[in-house]
Design a protein around this ligand. Sequence first.
Ligand SMILES: [Zn+2]
Length: 316
Amino acid sequence: MSGRLAIAIDLGGTQLRAALVDGAKVLRRAAEPTDAVGGPDAVLDQMRRLIASVEGDADHAQVAGIGISAPGPLDGETGTILHIPTLPGWDDYPLCDRLRDITGRTVVLENDGISAAVGEWRHGAGQGLDHLVYVTVSTGIGGGVIADGRVLHGRRGMAGHVGHFTMTPDGPRCPCGVVGCFEAHASGTALGKRARAAAIAHPESALGALARDGHVDARHVVAAARDGDAVARALIDEEAWLLGRGFASLVHLYSPERVIMGGGVVSGFDLMEARIHHVMRENLMPAFRDVVVVPAGLGENAGLVGAAALILDQAL
Ligand SMILES: [Zn+2]
C-alpha cells in the first residue's frame, strides 16, 4: 500500500459523504442522503458511486485506501458495525470486508467521534500534542481521546464515550437510555429544549418572538444572545456552566493538554469561553487548572480528514 491521498467516507444517519483527501485538504467531495430504508446493500451501492465520483481521474496508485467514519458502537479491529441506532439493519455488518471486496482497496473503520479527534490531532487544533480530549457538542455529545501520543480505543474500540458519564443521579433521560448523562444535560438538543421552555416563560424576549415564528433551537439561542437578549444570555451562561463541569470531569479522567470543542454549539464559544474556564478552575484540582478549552480547527471536515489520516498513517 502506498500513495499520499485517501478516500474518506462519513456514514451518517441522514447524510452519506465522501471525499478525496490530501492531508488536511479536501480535494473533492460528494454526498447523498443516506438510503436508510434500503439498508446496508443499498448504502454500499451509494458508497461505490460516491467513491467513483470523488476519485475522478486521480492516479489510482496515489490513493492509499478508504477510511470510514461511522456512528457507533462498532468494532474497528474487525471492521464491523455492531449497531447504529439511527440506521436499522446494520447489526453485526462486516462493512470493511464488503467494501474491500467491491473496491479492492484497504479499508479502515472508526467511530465518528474518534475519527474527528484524530482529524483535529493530526491537522487541526490539536497538532503536536500527545494528550487531548475532543468533544463535539451538537445533537448529542461525542468525541475521542488521544493519550500518550496514540488513539485511546479500550475494549472493542469503545473508549472515550465522552457524552455518557453521569452528571446527576436524576433526569433528564439521555437518548442512550441512561439518566443524567453529560449529553442529556449539555447537548445542543438539551439547550434547544431549555430554550423552548424559556421562550414560553418569557414571551416578551427575543427568543419568545422567535418561538411565535416557529421552531427554536440552540442556533437561535446563540444568535439572540449575540444580540444582547437577556433570556438567551442566561441560557448561554447555564450552557457554559454545564460544559465547564463536564469538561472538568474529562480533564480529571484523561489529563489532556487541551480540550478541543467542536460541533454546532461551538458557534457560541466566544460567548461561553470565559465562564467555561471559570467553572473548570472552580471544579478542578489545582494541578489541572492550567488546562484550556479551544474551539476545533477543522469544522465539519474533522471526521473526513481524520478517517483519511487513519489510512495515511497506516500507509506510512
Ligand atoms: Zn447517555
